[in-house]
Design a protein around this ligand. Structure first.
Ligand SMILES: Nc1ncnc2c1ncn2[C@@H]1O[C@H](COP(=O)(O)OP(=O)(O)OP(=O)(O)O)[C@@H](O)[C@H]1O
Length: 240
């Protein structure tokens, strides 16, 4: 029972056909899966899917808000997630937003932060619970931030699970994590290389108090404005 029927079928090449057409993600989000797993073979089933966008309150307002209270919020991933959900809830139905994390303890902490009625409908769940489902907007917390090289855990070493996590969003995907830790996981490192190459790392903060905006994401729209952003992927990384 450790091996799925599908895994057994994969041993016989002609018993398995790979489906390369998808109708969920827009082009930019699909590119992540293409670079991680599909080697460019995945295609959007229609131009409508490929070009689908969602106008949401601008992420810069999240950045400026966090800069102002970074000192009192040592758990930055949680602060980012809460601030992003609050701003984006104003631009879409909370039920269109999903928060994913690989670890249950993190999910508990996130759920506790999202108790207010403003967030009612935002779904917080594990990668596995999102299998087969999607949301317009996904916030993915990688969680792990550790200096201990011996204690990496298994969840983020799983290529298939990471692929599930990054393929749940239809229109917008925000990923938050520690680059120093994540580089130790082969699948996440491959994803990070793609994000870096394609300039998809939006905020890179090196210390608790300093934010560096690597990509001038629609800067002309200014702080706090609602606009039609050209960017569908935001990656926030920190270095502790
Ligand atoms: N022919 C289609 N036209 C428009 N949208 C479609 C079509 N087929 C599927 N979709 C949409 O694409 C998304 C994914 O579809 P589906 O759940 O069938 O994929 P899946 O293979 O089960 O995906 P996964 O295993 O990655 O969760 C859903 O949001 C679904 O509504």
């Amino acid at each position: 029972m450790d091996e799925s029927l599908f895994k057994r079928l994969e041993l016989h090449g002609d018993a398995v056909v790979q489906l390369n057409v998808q109708y969920r993600m827009n082009r930019q989000i699909m590119s992540l899966s293409n670079s991680l797993m599909y080697e460019g073979r995945l295609e959007c089933g229609s131009e409508r899917t490929a070009a689908a966008l969602l106008a949401l309150p601008f992420l810069r307002s999240v950045q400026s808000e966090l800069t102002s209270y970074a000192e009192s919020h040592p758990q930055h991933d949680l602060a980012w997630i809460q601030a992003t959900c609050r701003h984006w809830s104003a631009g879409c139905k909370p039920s269109d937003i999903g928060v994913i994390a690989p670890y249950r303890q993190q999910l508990k902490s996130i759920s506790a932060l999202l108790q207010s009625s403003v967030f009612s409908g935002v779904e917080v769940n594990t990668v596995d619970k999102y299998q087969g489902r999607d949301k317009s907007v996904i916030v993915f917390s990688f969680v792990r931030s550790t200096a201990d090289e011996g204690n990496l855990g298994e969840l983020l070493k799983d290529w298939r699970r990471l692929n599930v996590a990054i393929t749940r969003a239809k229109h917008k995907l925000l990923m938050v994590g520690s680059i120093t830790t994540l580089r130790r996981y082969a699948p996440v490192e491959k994803l990070l290389n793609h994000l870096q190459q394609e300039n998809m790392i939006s905020f890179n903060y090196k210390s608790r108090f300093k934010f560096k905006l690597l990509r001038p994401v629609a800067a002309q729209h200014g702080v706090g404005r609602t606009c039609r952003e050209p960017t569908n992927i935001f990656t926030v990384i920190h270095r502790n």
